[in-house]
Structures are given as C-alpha cells and as structure tokens.
Design a binder for this molecule. Structure first.
Ligand SMILES: [Cu+2]
Length: 346
C-alpha cells in the first residue's frame, strides 16, 4: 500500500521529469537551428561554394575547434581544482609557477601566433585577384538596387550577376549614392562600395548554382531589399547569356505585347528605364531588357510573377516603401498589355 509520503515522492519525481522535458524542447530547437546553418542550400558563409568563402570558412572552423579545445581544457582544470582542493586530498601540487608560465602564457602565445599566420596567409590569398584576361563585371550600387554591366556588352541588367563556373571573375564596384557593401556569403567576404572610388573584388564559384548576395552596410529604409543573385553557369551558357545582353531585347510576339511596348516607350517608363532596341534609354532605374527572367522584382522585394509585376507598376511603394520609383499614372486598360510585354522580355 502506498503511503502519503510515497505519493508525495512520486509527485515530486513527476514534476521533475516534466521540468526536464520542458527544458529539452528549447535545447532541441537550438540544436536544429545550428544544424539548419549547415543545410545544403543555406546562403551561409559556412556553406562555401567558392574559393574565397572556403578560406573564410576554413579559418572560422580552425578558430572554433581551438576555442573548443581551450574551453574543454579550462573546464577540466576547473573540475580538477574543485575535486582535489588543497588539503582535501593528498595530491602533489608540483611547481605552480612553471605550470602557469607554460599553460597560461607560452601555449596561448604559440596558438595565437600560429592563427595570426594562417589569417595572414588567407588574407593574402583573398587579395590575389584575377589576371587581366579574366571576365569582368561592373556593379553599381543604387538606393536600393544593383546595376550590373559587362564591358564589351552594350546592355545592362539588375540584381543578377552571371559568371562562368570555375573561373575567377573580377568585380568592379562603384556606388551612385551612399555607402553599400557587396556580400555573397557563399562565395566571397564583403567589399564596401565607397563614394567616388572604384573598388575591386572577385568571385569564383566551384559549382554551378545560384548564390544569394546582400547589401551588408545599412544604406536606408530599404537596405534589406537590396539583395541580388549570383548565377554561376557553365562557360557555354554564360557566353550565350552575355551575347543576349549585347543584342536588342526580344521583339513582341502578340498584339497585347505590341501595345504594351508602345505604352512603355510612350509613357513615363522610358524616362527612367531602358529596353534595348526600343529607343527607351532611361538610366534612373534598372534596365528592363530581360526583366521577365529575373529572380525577383525590386531586388528581393517581391516574387517576379504577373500579379506582383502589375502591383509594382501601379504603385511600387506598397511593396518597397521609399524606393525611387514613384506611383505611375497608368491607364488601367493598358496595364495588362504592359504586364504581357514586360513578362515577354527574357
Ligand atoms: Cu544597404
């Protein structure tokens, strides 16, 4: 038969058990979060896809494991000191001064100098840019989008940089207004864009794919919507893409698209946007010659589909408040044509 005392004891055990399971949930979630950083498609600097970021990740893991080793060692010493307190056990305490000199000063000095050396080596490797024949991309930061040009190709694109996979590509960086910072975590650490200066960095992707980039220097309200995509593709695909960037934009194929082009060229749009071969040569906003194939509208603000495009044209301030494209006085009857035309530009 259970006594009251027995019942109380089992109740206490129950609460303890419940407390433990309540605590294990946040711990499990934290663990999952850590693992998420290692997931295959995570746009993280610890998931490198190119030589530049591989250096950074290598250095990061080196520092991580050294820190872990030091942490474990210090904890072991702490426990040792607590267990074998002076007077409580018969342990010989050796020569404390020699121990402190070696483990407390000598060892850290050796480790720090070695890590400093590895850091200098990686810094030199990151500074080692491509030769003069390497492909070059010219990127200009605007509040809040990226203008992308290739010397030798007449056209431009926005928020999307194509590079040949396995090749070191030079990136020339300028800003049209304030400070921005060019960062593709999976490929290369940050480079600041400084007013009045042309900075240089490089990209090299070891596997084909799309890598997310982001402005990494606060530049105003829509700083978060200043993302871009680096598309690394096989050399032949890259060459074909570059050739299209040099050719006139795609001709309208339907009547709606033809009417859309007319509305675009004759309306306000042409004052700020260019579409190659149409006479629209505005440079205030992104070149729209291939807007239909872009990964997003507004540098990551909204997905690139017909609905969001229509909403953007009528009033982009809803999707990206404060951006430099004012609401457009567009005839509602013309909007579907304009959408059809822009969607056809690939
Ligand atoms: Cu920014």
């Amino acid at each position: 038969m259970e006594t009251t005392a027995d019942l109380t004891v089992s109740a206490v055990r129950d609460t303890r058990r419940r407390g433990r399971s309540r605590r294990s949930l946040p711990i499990a979630l934290f663990g999952l979060l850590l693992l998420a950083g290692c997931a295959g498609d995570s746009p993280s600097a610890l998931n490198p896809a190119g030589t530049g970021s591989a250096r950074v990740a290598g250095l990061w893991w080196l520092l991580f494991w050294i820190s872990m080793a030091v942490f474990v060692e210090v904890m072991a010493l702490l426990i040792w000191a607590l267990v074998f307190r002076r007077g409580t056990a018969r342990v010989r305490h050796g020569q404390p001064l020699r121990f402190v000199t070696i483990a407390g000063a000598g060892l850290p000095l050796v480790i720090l100098v070695a890590v400093y050396g590895v850091g200098l080596r990686d810094l030199a490797a990151l500074g080692d840019g491509p030769g003069p024949e390497a492909p070059t991309v010219e990127v200009t930061g605007h509040k809040w989008w990226w203008e992308v040009r290739y010397p030798g190709a007449s056209g431009a694109t926005a928020n999307e940089i194509h590079i040949p996979v396995g090749e070191q590509v030079r990136v020339r960086l300028r800003t049209a207004d304030v400070l921005h910072s060019f960062w593709v975590p999976q490929l290369m650490p940050k480079t600041d864009l400084i007013a009045g200066e042309t900075r240089e960095t490089w990209l090299r992707a070891e596997r084909a794919g799309s890598y997310r980039g982001q402005c990494a220097e606060y530049c105003g309200t829509q700083h978060a919507h200043m993302a871009f995509l680096v598309v690394a593709q096989p050399r032949a695909d890259y060459d074909a893409w570059l050739a299209r960037l040099d050719a006139p934009a795609r001709e309208p194929g339907t009547d709606a698209e033809r009417r859309g082009r007319q509305a675009f060229v004759q309306g306000t749009c042409a004052a700020c946007h260019a579409v190659r071969g149409t006479g629209a040569e505005g440079r205030v906003g992104p070149d729209l010659s291939n807007v239909g194939s872009r990964w997003s509208i507004g540098a990551g603000a909204v997905p690139n589909d017909a609905g969001h495009l229509g909403g953007w044209i009528a009033n982009s301030q809803t999707a990206k408040p404060g951006n430099a494209m004012p609401p457009q006085p567009i005839d509602a009857a013309r909007l579907p044509d304009l959408i059809a035309y822009l969607r056809s530009l690939e």
